[in-house]
Design a protein around this ligand. Sequence first.
Ligand code: 6PG
Length: 260
Amino acid sequence: MPARELCNIPLNTGLNMTHSNIIVEKTPDAASAAAARLCKEIVTEAVHQRGLCHLALAGGTTPRITYMHLADHVTTDQVPWSKVEVFFGDERDVPQDDVESNYAMAQRTLLDHMPIDWSRVHAMRADAGDLDAASWEYERIIRDIVGNDSKHIPQFDMIMLGLGGDGHAASLFPNCPSLEEAHRLVVSCHIPILGRNRMTFTFPLINAARNVLFLITGDDKAAVVKRVFQDHDQSLPAARISPPHGTINIVLDAAAARLL
Ligand code: 6PG
């Protein structure tokens, strides 16, 4: 697919029609900047429509440049960041100041540079002794703050996600029991391939979102991008992300999009 292609391709997943925007930019930086622009549009629209924006940030390494783009223009943008409730789609079992922490990465690259209301930043306590209790507590916070959709599931304005080479998104990894969770919004899980524990949003919560924003760059992700977004390979967790009343925004660089 040629770079800078913006197209609206309805993804027919059989059960519902999910609308998607696919944006392909030539370079990782251009893709990250495009994701930042889209993020600002969604935040501004949400606050304009509903007075607040409920946002879940992605972890990993790819979002860092997007977060830095967002932080770079905070003084010139007219984005109502103080009206944003910030959550995290998943977290590793490390302290919040650990170099591996998704919270620490977002704080360093974005949150420390924003006119954010820190009382509206909600970190996952994935290093808690009782991870299941901590997951229930995070779900309670979400239910207290985020308004529900027609099925009484909290509806985020945007959930940002990356894509792992094995097709995981958030910390929904292949062959994990969390993939079958149909009621809870947040669960903890042991990830055998990592030998570590994680806390993660579940499919019911992700698929209730108004917007999902995938940001994926790099030639090493090209094969899994094709399997998820073109082949709809349901053996891959990310292929099961299909918000029936929302939009999947997929921002790629040319390398990650080269097999589409
Ligand atoms: C995490 C992320 C995870 C990430 C993918 C892609 O905690 O690691 O939530 O789902 O988005 O693994 O990671 P990269 O962006 O580092 O390729």
